[in-house]
Design a protein around this ligand. Structure first.
Ligand code: ADP
Ligand code: MG
Length: 207
């Protein structure tokens, strides 16, 4: 279980103010809020890519404060694809593995995300949806206990987005991985999550 308690974070202005969030084991929470409301900042704090000013993040009973990102067992899929364009799909997945190439694990994960025959494809030959599946596969191959998804479907066409949202949900449920899915799109939030949490409700209610 993830517990974010009274998190404060400011850059030149306050971004997160006494923010609280709990995610149970296996639960998928959609974090819904407008652009600039601190969604990406929160995910980075949880996975350890950004520091907090005050507050706590606990994961399965442990305070994460002094635990480096790679030891947190929390994966992240970014809004902008962070795939290596010069490598093929298989080469990208190897980067998610601790040990050297484990061919079986790569095959299994490709199967899971519906890309069984894609191992040798170059990244630039993939459609947007296929590339997102690779990004998802790459974070899942490290066997995280939780995964943070930062608007990974936002650049896709509506129909592909819908199909993939449903697939991502069933995949996470099958693997019993907790997730926070960040989006500014209420429809995707509904399709994908068990529960929706609003961030920066002030701005939302003004719209
Ligand atoms: P969201 O993901 O909800 O769109 P972000 O968390 O990316 O919002 O950003 C929230 C606010 O914090 C924005 O105004 C953004 O410009 C600012 N911000 C984010 N990261 C930094 C940073 N490293 N330095 C200064 N300001 C930042
Ligand atoms: Mg963002």
């Amino acid at each position: 279980m993830l517990i974010c308690k009274q998190i404060n974070k400011s850059y030149s202005k306050t971004i997160l103010s006494n923010f609280n969030l709990e995610v149970r084991q296996g639960e998928i929470v959609a974090l819904l809020g407008p652009s600039g409301s601190g969604k990406s900042t929160l995910l980075k704090i949880i996975c350890g890519l950004e520091t907090l000013d005050s507050g706590y993040v606990y994961f399965n009973g442990k305070n994460l404060e002094n635990i480096p990102p790679e030891k947190r067992e929390i994966g992240m899929v970014f809004q902008k694809l962070a795939l290596f364009p010069h490598l093929d799909v298989r080469g990208n997945l190897k980067f998610g593995l601790d040990k050297k190439s484990d061919i079986k694990e790569i095959d299994e994960i490709l199967d899971l995300v519906g890309l069984s025959d894609y191992g040798k494809r170059k990244i630039h030959t993939l459609s947007g949806g296929e590339a997102q599946r690779v990004a998802l596969a790459r974070s899942l191959i490290a066997k995280p206990k939780m995964i943070l998804l930062d608007e990974p479907l936002s650049s896709l066409d509506a129909n592909i987005k819908e199909d993939l949202a449903i697939e991502v949900r069933s995949l996470l449920k099958k693997l019993n991985i907790s997730a926070i899915y960040v989006t500014h799109d209420p429809k995707t939030a509904n399709q994908l999550s068990d529960r929706i949490v609003y961030i920066n409700a002030q701005i939302l209610s003004d719209e």
